[in-house]
Design a protein around this ligand. Structure first.
Ligand SMILES: Nc1nc2c(ncn2[C@@H]2O[C@H](COP(=O)(O)OP(=O)(O)OP(=O)(O)O)[C@@H](O)[C@H]2O)c(=O)[nH]1
Ligand SMILES: [Mg+2]
Length: 454
């Protein structure tokens, strides 16, 4: 992606987005230490491992984060000294990254970097780096770059602030104007990228309008990252997409037709994660909006997670989803429990109970891997979108100009989702779902040979 380069600046905590000769864009193979205030660091580790970063140690110091330095000055100095001394055979040898298990204020990031002289990322920076690697469309790359520049800008503000109060020497001759120049270049780039994104946004809305005009109905897939959205999208649409056992493999939106149902469009998109600051997600709001502005939502829940994880991820998904949709046009929602091939029968029942306790939605259980439950899900989607199935009775031609039975039957097969067929000497009866527009065209074209009943 072409972007105005901002002046080259020294490498600093959280300055990932600013073009910088010292900053790295490949992180695979790097060694890192996690600093945390709580025990459960699984998700942060998974995020790092997704990027190929090796976690060589975790330092957990229970308690409230220090408002200036997160872990406390003494502890950080200790870490810094040990890192410098780590010789051959020491697990910390070659560690050049600290991962902090929280979203930090810019002042905390700068302080940690000052105390340790090691590149330090909080959760947001880690996500930004990961998104940068995974973004494959122009749109996703612009969205990520805006989010990175916004994060950098808040660090720059902090640096400029310190320069003014004399707490820290600026960079460049005399320091005074160095950071300010960078700041204004960053500001210009953000404005330019936002304009670009806005244009793309307009064409996106246009696409959506066209779709609605064509009578197509859309089904959005939403859920926590790695829950199995892309796998289900593939299972329902037959369209291959990127599926990986990684957090945030999907950052962009893919639209595909449901198999045998050309007028139903499935929308796969970016997943949710706990505790992401609004400014990061806002950069992706257009992407999210595309799957949320739908006629129906599938909210996915990983049935193979343990109960606490199911509760946590369900709460996050609901918050992110329904915080973004305004109440009047809340789409009809169906919860889909995924990966049931990995679960025992008891586990599935427990997962269903949690879903029913914590959400008002109906649920269905599926496995995209084995296909279990996929037909029932298709029926569930059709019932929500088109109501109960109908019976279409097709009569053979009796009069001049009428059409052969086989032709009519194949038209119905093309336009409907068929559940069952009954044939007798007088007529063929097909039960299934058909869009309203198709039904009215069919009955208009063949008023004598077609009869619809519920
Ligand atoms: N056993 C099993 N694994 C599944 C199933 N569905 C998805 N997976 C696996 O779960 C992992 C994540 O699947 P994806 O479909 O990429 O999940 P996603 O929600 O699109 O993930 P992101 O795009 O990264 O947010 C992959 O390793 C899939 O192979 C399933 O039904 N059974
Ligand atoms: Mg995906």
């Amino acid at each position: 992606m072409s972007s105005d380069p901002v002046p080259d600046v020294p490498l600093l905590a959280g300055m990932g987005g600013v073009n910088n000769s010292q900053s790295q864009s490949v992180h695979s193979g790097r060694k890192a230490i996690i600093l945390s205030r709580e025990n459960n660091i699984d998700e942060l580790s998974s995020l790092a491992q997704t990027m190929g970063i090796e976690i060589v140690d975790t330092i957990i110091q229970k308690g409230k984060p220090n408002s200036k330095t997160y872990l406390g000055t003494g502890k950080l100095r200790e870490i810094s000294e040990e890192l410098q001394m780590a010789g051959k055979g020491h697990p910390w040898k070659n560690v050049d990254l600290l991962l902090i298990h929280d979203n930090l204020k810019s002042s905390q990031l700068v302080n940690i970097n000052d105390l340790t002289s090691v590149e330090s990322w909080d959760r947001v920076r880690l996500l930004l780096e990961l998104f940068t690697i995974h973004a494959s469309s122009v749109e996703a790359r612009i969205q990520v770059r805006i989010a990175r520049l916004l994060a950098d800008r808040s660090v720059l503000r902090e640096l400029i602030n310190r320069e003014h109060t004399g707490e820290r020497l600026g960079f460049g001759a005399g320091g005074q104007t160095g950071w300010s120049n960078v700041m204004s270049a960053v500001g210009h780039e953000i404005a330019k990228l936002r304009r670009k994104l806005k244009k793309m946004d307009n064409s996106l809305s246009e696409r959506r309008r066209q779709r609605a005009k064509s009578g197509a109905l859309t089904v959005g897939l939403a859920g926590y990252t790695n829950v199995g959205k892309s796998s289900l999208f593939s299972a329902l649409s037959g369209k291959p997409v990127l599926i990986k056992n990684q957090l945030f493999s999907t950052l962009e939106t893919t639209v595909g037709r449901m198999a045998n149902q050309p007028r139903i469009l499935m929308v796969d998109t970016i997943g949710f994660i706990d505790n992401v600051p609004a400014e990061l997600l806002d950069s992706f709001s257009a992407t999210l909006q595309e799957s949320l502005s739908c006629d129906m939502l599938l909210l996915l829940v990983d049935a193979s997670d343990d109960s606490d994880e199911i509760r946590r991820k369900l709460a996050t998904s609901r918050r992110e989803l329904f915080g973004r949709i305004n109440d009047e046009n809340n789409p009809e929602t169906l919860v889909v429990l995924t990966k049931i091939d990995l679960c025992s029968a008891e586990q599935i029942i427990e997962a269903e109970e949690i879903v029913h306790f914590y959400s008002p939605f109906e649920s269905l259980s599926v496995s995209s891997a084995t296909g279990q439950g996929i037909d029932e899900l298709r029926s569930g989607i059709m019932t929500i979108l088109h109501g109960s199935p109908i019976d279409i009775s097709i009569f053979p031609p009796q009069n001049e100009g009428e059409i052969e039975l086989i032709e009519l039957v194949s038209r119905v097969y093309r336009e409907a989702l068929v559940i069952e067929v009954e044939e007798n000497s007088e007529y063929t009866k097909i039960s299934g779902w058909m869009g309203k527009a198709n039904i009215s065209r069919l009955t208009k074209d063949h008023p004598i040979q077609i009869q619809i009943s519920n």
